[in-house]
Design a protein. Structure first.
Length: 350
């Protein structure tokens, strides 16, 4: 678990020296808050749970008293920063509980992976990732049923709007996505890196008994999906009700059945500490929640294990592909180094 990163005003005395990297991040956060919100930064900490890479909870001197700032956050399939734009579209067209985008932009004079930034509404709730298997069964089942229903709403809203699968990238002058549109600032593009439906990972995947080719052009089955939909990117109330869906940076367009199977694996299959009976109940709750608002793919019971195997194989192949290039190794090393630095640094006021 990452240690909390706490920053207080320059008048404070620090018990540890501040590394150049951390000092640079703090300077950027102060600059963003001062210019974008016209207020001062009082303190900042890292989230204790969930997706925390380059994500900071900010306490501010004026309204709003708290916000969340993300630096960077490139999409793993296209290499672009799309989360603020995806969230604006999802908030406008659905009733999913997502954080409001306060403001987003890029830092002038900065030329690295963290030049783009966004400030988001701070959402209440707790992240269930760490204690997911230890939750009371009724709470966990409510969480899973709610998560299935929300994913179904997302897929149903955008079903039929895309003529192909692909990643998403920013544009400056609006765009059309297949037979529909996705806001004024995003367009469908070819993947330029990791891609959930890229079948170019060896002949083995081509022999999988899938219901259709992954590049099938049946627009009825192409949906906008989250990309990392699992307990770690949710906030919940005490009864398990989902209060926020976070971390949309890897959103993309894929087949609904494939997206559903990947999400089901994250909520059910990977949690081997749970009994087989409990996992079966969760699987049923997730699918029933989804089916209340969206159509299950014909034969999904039969194809779900194949989709999950495909996901595992592609994940392994994607990491291997990234690690083969010098640029990819630098990206992975940079990410590990940032996480290591954040886990070791803590500031205190005397």
């Amino acid at each position: 678990m990452l240690a909390s990163l706490l920053y207080v005003s320059p008048r404070a005395t620090f018990h540890r020296p501040v590394s150049t990297t951390v000092a640079d991040v703090l300077e950027r956060l102060e600059r963003i808050v001062r210019v974008a919100l016209e207020t001062n930064l009082e303190s900042v900490r890292r989230p204790e749970q969930g997706s925390v890479a380059d994500t900071y909870v900010l306490d501010l001197a004026s309204d709003p008293s708290r916000a969340v700032c993300k630096l960077g956050g490139t999409n793993v399939w296209t290499g672009d920063v799309i989360e603020p734009h995806v969230l604006e579209v999802v908030a406008e067209r659905t009733d999913l509980p997502v954080p409001t985008v306060l403001v987003s932009g890029s830092l002038a004079g900065v030329d690295d992976a963290l030049d783009r930034w966004a400030l988001y509404e701070y959402c209440e709730g707790r992240n269930p990732r760490a204690d997911y298997s230890a939750l009371e069964p009724p709470v966990r089942r409510q969480l899973v049923a709610d998560a299935g229903k929300l994913l179904g709403r997302l897929h149903a809203t955008f079903s039929g709007e895309f003529d192909r699968v692909g990643g998403l990238e920013r544009v400056s002058d609006g765009c059309r996505l297949g037979s529909g549109s996705l806001g004024p600032s995003l367009r469908l593009c070819e993947p330029a890196g990791w891609h959930a439906v890229d079948s170019d990972v060896g002949p083995f995947l081509e022999d999988l008994p899938l219901p259709r080719p992954l590049t099938d052009d049946d627009a009825r089955d192409h949906v906008l999906t989250h990309g990392d939909y699992g307990p770690g990117n949710l906030l919940i109330a005490d009864d398990g009700t989902v209060t926020a869906v976070l971390d949309w940076g890897n959103a993309h367009v894929t087949h609904s059945g494939y997206a559903l199977a990947r999400a089901e694996a994250r909520f059910v299959d990977v949690h081997r500490r749970l009994s087989r009976r409990e996992r079966s109940r969760l699987r049923q709750a997730f699918r029933e929640g989804y089916a209340r608002v969206a159509s299950l793919e014909a034969g999904f019971d039969r194809y779900a294990p194949v989709y999950k195997l495909l996901w595992i194989c592609q994940s392994i192949a994607n990491y291997a592909r990234i690690a083969r290039s010098g640029r990819g190794r630098k990206q992975l090393w940079r990410q590990c180094r940032r996480l290591r630095a954040a886990s070791q640094i803590s500031f205190h006021v005397r």
